[in-house]
Every structure is written in C-alpha cells, then in structure tokens.
Ligand binder design. Structure first.
Ligand SMILES: NC(=O)c1ccc[n+]([C@@H]2O[C@H](COP(=O)([O-])OP(=O)(O)OC[C@H]3O[C@@H](n4cnc5c(N)ncnc54)[C@H](O)[C@@H]3O)[C@@H](O)[C@H]2O)c1
Ligand SMILES: [Zn+2]
Length: 373
C-alpha cells in the first residue's frame, strides 16, 4: 500500500500478522489517516525518551490529534540502562494512572531501547495492546523496529526477558535522522555493514563506494541503504520469525560484539560500535580457519577501518570479554559456536570453534589501535 508519493513500503510476510514497513522521506505524510486505515485504536500511548521527545513528541501529538486520536504519553530518560523490568513497571504504572484501557495502541517513538521496551510493554500491558514502531535512530530504522523482538535486560544478561510481538506497522522517516548524534549514525552503520556481509555483495560494493556520503546522510544514498537493509531484514524475519534457523544469520558479529559491550559495562561501547568490532573479530576467526579468503577479510576490515568510532579497547579486560561470551545465550557448554562470514555476502554456521582462536581474536581486538588486523 502506497498512501503518499513519498511513502515506499516493504512487507513483512507473517500470515495473519503480516505488516508493512513504510519508508518516508518527510514527516508530512498523513500518519493519522494511515492509522485509520490500519484500524488503530483511538487511545494512543506514545512511549519515548527525553531526547526524542524534545524534538518529536509535540509534532506527533499534533498529527494524531487532528485525526481525533486521544493521546497519552510516557517519557523516560534515554539510554540502555533504562531497558529493565523496573522501568517497565514504572511505565505500566503511568499507563494505569492515566487509565489507558485494554483497547489502545502503544507507539514506540525512539531508538532501539524505546522500541524494545515499549514493544515489551505493548506485548504485556493487560495481556497485550496494539503496537506501532516509529524508529528514530538509524539502528532502529534498519534493524530493531522490524521483526517483533521486544524485551528488556536482566542483570545477568542482555535481552534476557522478552517476547516476539509484531507491530501493526513500522513508520520510518528519514527526517528523524537529521537530529541524531553522529555516534548514533555509526551505530546504525554497524548493522548496515553486517547486512552487507551476511547477504548482499552489491550492498557491500555500494558501501565501499559511498561510505562517506552515507555517513553524512546524503539523502539518495542513505535512502538506498535503508531500503536495502529493511528488505534484507524483512526477508529473513518472514522466513524465520522465531529464530529457529535462518534468522540466526542476523547475529553475525554479535557473539563477540555482545561480549565486548558486556565487558565494558555497556558504557565503553555502544551496541553498533561493538558489532563493528565483532564483525572484524569474527572475520579474523573465519580467516584463520580458512573459511574466509584473505582478500575478503581485508575488504571487510578496510571498510570498517574507514568508519570513525572508538578503537581503543584497552579499558576492556580480555578475561571479562571471554567470560561474557560464555554467558552468551548462543553458546553451549565447552563449545564455542559461531556464525562466521565465509565471503562478502555469505555466512557459515560453525559448531566448534577452537576457544584458543577466539581468545586470540579478542587479544588482537583489544590491543590494536585501528580496525585493521
Ligand atoms: N529488537 C531487535 O531486534 C533489536 C535489534 C538490534 C538492536 N536492538 C536493541 O536496540 C538498542 C540500541 O538501539 P539504539 O542504538 O537506537 O539506541 P537508543 O535507543 O539508546 O538510541 C540512541 C540514542 O539516540 C537518541 N535518539 C534516538 N533517535 C534520535 C533522534 N532522531 N534525534 C536525536 N536523538 C535521538 C536516543 O535518545 C539515545 O540517546 C539496544 O538495546 C539493542 O539491544 C534490538
Ligand atoms: Zn545488533
């Protein structure tokens, strides 16, 4: 369904729970009418964080109220540390205080933290209410708003509490990116580079050619990349909603990435930055195992080296990284399982990777000053 000339859409095919991801190039699109066409409830709860609210809460309320929606909003502090059960409980308390009924819709307006947390609230508030994602960070637009994974962290592990809960639709608008801090753009690039490595050699070529203008959000280039990444994610999610098989490819770079994030107490590295390091580390393992050619390894590490993000990981202790990896939910006792790049655009699942090689890849990551290994 294309409701305005500026709204392109990609479909997530999940039978009765299928939904579109709209990709807009300005905010003038009539969101209220779009909500009506999706039979969205009249009572709307916008959940967002303070940074996003400062720019976008009032305009969104304006768009929706002119179409007769009754709006509540819950604004939380920004950051990964908010993604926990006690924050969920406080958001639910605010909704109960505002007498938000069972027949309402939660709009998750924000980055991946808001998407995951507000999505979890939508999945569980009075056993579930409607959900719409309006992702405002690059990472959320290319990745976290699509596919229905919602949830929060537990002190013992990231994303350890959650559900699969699909939205009615996702509304992605390039304009949101104009206020996004530079570091957050790099975080989105982490997932974008991942998509190219796992699935799309043409996208990888495109990134090699246009990396700088993509980073500076040059409109036609970022739009091309967004549309391509959203298509890759929707195809994968449509094929394997619950991560029983193919969806696991999306974890490329994440086994090491999550461990680095964890070892830095979620303060040293942001998720997308950790994924960029993770992609280099996992490509290194693949190269050393003879799964990835030297030249493809060089292409991957050279592309990532052109992105400016924190390189110096000397604050991280390698024992903490390795320990975090053993806690990673994708690992099995005494074996290290990895989804490794086997070329630019392809991956291979490797059941038993030598823990010594993993150790070496971490040592290499922690001591080097740039992304070249
Ligand atoms: N559910 C999934 O499938 C999935 C996939 C990938 C990542 N994630 C999760 O996503 C989270 C990371 O998401 P993120 O990188 O978007 O982090 P985030 O939500 O913390 O957003 C990053 C920062 O940018 C700010 N921000 C967002 N949009 C803005 C805008 N338009 N203008 C100005 N500031 C803006 C936020 O306030 C925040 O400070 C992690 O918790 C990760 O686990 C989930
Ligand atoms: Zn990720």
């Amino acid at each position: 369904m294309n409701t305005t000339p500026h709204l392109h859409s990609v479909h997530v095919e999940l039978g009765a729970r299928s939904y579109p991801v709209y990709i807009g190039v300005d905010r003038s699109a009539d969101l209220g009418q779009l909500c009506r066409s999706h039979h969205v409830a009249d009572r709307v709860v916008i959940i967002t964080d303070q940074n996003v609210a400062a720019y976008y809460l009032r305009p969104l309320c304006g768009l929706l109220s002119k179409d007769g929606f009754r709006i509540h909003s819950v604004v939380i502090p920004p950051g990964e540390r908010q993604k926990n059960l006690s924050r969920v409980s406080r958001v639910v308390a605010e909704m109960l205080n505002q007498r938000v009924p069972r027949s309402s819709v939660v709009i998750a307006l924000g980055g991946g933290v808001i998407g995951d947390l507000a999505g979890f609230v939508a999945a569980t508030y009075q056993r579930g209410v409607q959900l719409i994602h309006i992702p405002t960070s690059l990472l959320a637009q290319v990745d976290s708003s699509i596919g229905g994974k919602v949830g929060v962290n537990h002190p013992m592990g990231k994303n350890m509490i959650g559900a699969f809960y699909q939205p009615l639709f996702v509304w992605t608008d390039l304009e949101y990116l104009t206020t996004l801090p530079r570091r957050e753009i790099v975080c989105g690039l982490g997932e974008i580079v991942k998509y190219a490595i796992i699935r799309d050699p043409a996208l990888f070529d495109y990134l090699e050619k246009h990396l700088e203008s993509i980073q500076s959000l040059e409109r036609s280039h970022i739009l091309h990349v967004l549309a391509r990444c959203i298509s890759i994610k929707t195809e994968i999610v449509s094929a394997d909603e619950h991560e029983q098989s193919i969806r696991i490819v999306l974890n490329c770079g994440h086994t090491i990435g999550h461990a680095l994030e964890h070892a830095g107490g979620f303060r040293v590295l942001k998720h997308g930055e950790a994924v960029l390091h993770g992609l280099v580390g996992e490509s290194y393992i693949a190269k050393e195992m003879g799964i990835l050619s030297d030249s493809d390894f060089r292409r991957i590490s050279n592309l990532i080296a052109r992105i400016s993000f924190p390189r110096n990981l000397s604050r991280l202790r390698s024992s903490a990284v390795l320990n975090a990896m053993a806690l990673d939910k994708k690992s099995r006792a005494n074996k290290v399982r990895f989804l490794l790049p086997s070329g630019v655009g392809e991956t291979r699942f490797v059941e038993e990777v030598d823990p010594l090689l993993v150790k070496r890849s971490i040592a290499v990551l922690l001591k080097k000053k740039d992304a070249r290994v």
